[in-house]
Design a protein around this ligand. Structure first.
Ligand SMILES: Nc1ncnc2c1ncn2[C@@H]1O[C@H](COP(=O)(O)OP(=O)(O)OP(=O)(O)O)[C@@H](O)[C@H]1O
Length: 126
């Protein structure tokens, strides 16, 4: 089945529409809902404490990066599932690599969150 318009140039507004559809689709995935919830909590924490402009930039880099990476991970999973429903070592490698990339960014984001919020939490509670 050919994707509609796959052999002709798509207008910019239509491309943006497809991208927005991708973002909407991503939030059907469990992991994306978890990232979304974490992002809302972190943003609320940033408003509550409050954090500096530079700290906001680090936090927003983590949030945007996490969402983007999770979406690429999902795209890879879907593509692999489209290509094969059977067990294949290359399918395993592709999915594990994508999951590994998400894990690395998750650990980095946790470190950024700790560097930004730990001192403020200690100051608040002690
Ligand atoms: N076709 C396959 N061939 C070999 N191994 C696979 C295949 N499909 C999945 N796997 C293995 O199972 C793991 C889980 O795959 P799955 O597609 O369920 O992703 P997932 O990690 O559950 O994704 P998510 O929880 O983000 O939806 C993969 O990381 C991979 O190791």
């Amino acid at each position: 089945m050919a994707y509609p318009g796959s052999n002709k140039k798509i207008s910019f507004p239509k491309s943006v529409g497809y991208a927005l559809a991708g973002i909407k689709f991503s939030f059907r995935e469990r992991n994306m809902k978890i990232h979304g919830t974490a992002a809302v909590l972190v943003i609320l924490a940033g408003i509550f404490f409050p954090i500096s402009k530079t700290e906001w930039l680090w936090i927003l880099l983590c949030i945007a990066g996490m969402f983007s990476l999770e979406m690429v991970n999902t795209a890879i999973e879907k593509t692999v599932d489209l290509v094969t429903g059977e067990y294949h070592p290359l399918a395993k490698a592709a999915k594990d690599l994508a999951a590994g990339a998400v894990l690395i960014y998750t650990v980095y984001s946790i470190i950024v969150g700790m560097v930004v919020f730990l001192p403020k939490l200690l100051e608040y509670f002690i």
